[in-house]
Design a protein around this ligand. Structure first.
Ligand SMILES: Nc1ncnc2c1ncn2[C@@H]1O[C@H](COP(=O)(O)OP(=O)(O)OP(=O)(O)O)[C@@H](O)[C@H]1O
Ligand SMILES: [Mg+2]
Length: 251
């Protein structure tokens, strides 16, 4: 058997007396469409923070293609192909959409030094950034300041930045959070159209999105894996329905 793309073994994280991640054994396969769901405070964001190196675990391991990356710096993990978007967006709001995406692509292509000098913008980087904007239907907004965009489009810029890193693993923490329902379809469409070869783990409270997108679902409750299976299995699981599904939840 080959190693999964991303794997955790007995991963645990405590904040003082609070166990936010408990003994999590998880596998994300290559090209996966995997969702992580669970009530508010279940530890979903914490789990992503452990995968990306924002937090170091109290115990356990994180492996990328079998390689132990448990204690690796965030930036090194990005270089190995682990990209994420945040539950709350973190863009350079005063800069243009193109500049934001340019910086991500420039970083990957080693053109970081010329970053903020307009005269020094590299054509290949601009082209790649524009290609990504095109994929996410943001071309018309390239010259707009991020702060001028409707919120749903701002979240697409984050997705463009993550894709600009050419990830193998993409971790999406509530990509549609805060987006008005009239705009949320643009996020759904963009997520559905992500390149096939990327392993995607998405956190979301929108069960329509989750059940439409995911081929596999992991349910987290109280920091621990409560259930895992296909959407069909999870949808039919009465225990999962009792703790999470069928209740009104909000991200
Ligand atoms: N940096 C931190 N310091 C202390 N406690 C934290 C920290 N980050 C998260 N927690 C706690 O860990 C638990 C899990 O939080 P987390 O944000 O991972 O939940 P979540 O499943 O992402 O919730 P939501 O659906 O609301 O986003 C919560 O009790 C939270 O208060
Ligand atoms: Mg969260």
């Amino acid at each position: 058997m080959t190693d999964p793309l991303l794997e955790t073994r007995a991963l645990s994280k405590s904040f003082g007396a609070l166990a936010a991640a408990r003994d999590i054994n998880f596998r994300l396969e290559r090209g996966a469409r995997h969702a992580l769901i669970g009530p508010n405070g279940a530890g979903k964001t914490t789990f992503i923070n452990l995968l990306t190196g924002v937090f170091l675990p109290t115990q356990g391991k994180v492996l990328l293609e079998g390689r132990d990356i448990t204690t690796m710096q965030q930036s090194a993990r990005v270089k190995l192909g682990i990209a994420r978007t945040f539950q709350i967006n973190r863009l350079f709001r005063g800069l243009s959409v193109l500049d934001n995406v340019y910086m991500a692509v420039a970083e990957r292509l080693g053109a970081g030094a010329q970053m903020m000098k307009p005269a020094g913008m590299r054509n290949d980087v601009v082209e790649e950034a524009m290609r990504l904007l095109d994929v996410l239907k943001l071309s018309d907004y390239a010259g707009h300041r991020v702060s001028e965009l409707p919120y749903g489009r701002q979240r697409l810029v984050e997705l463009a930045i993550a894709l600009g890193l050419e990830p193998q693993v993409l971790l999406l923490d509530e990509p549609a959070a805060g987006v008005p329902s009239t705009e949320s379809h643009i996020i759904l469409d963009a997520v559905a159209a992500l390149p096939k070869q990327i392993g995607v783990l998405i956190i979301d409270h929108d069960m329509d999105l989750v059940f439409r997108f995911a081929e596999r679902i992991t349910v987290l409750v109280g920091g621990a894996i409560f259930a895992e299976g296909t959407p069909k299995e999870i949808g039919a699981d009465q225990r999962v329905r009792d703790v999470y599904l069928g209740k009104a939840h909000h991200g």
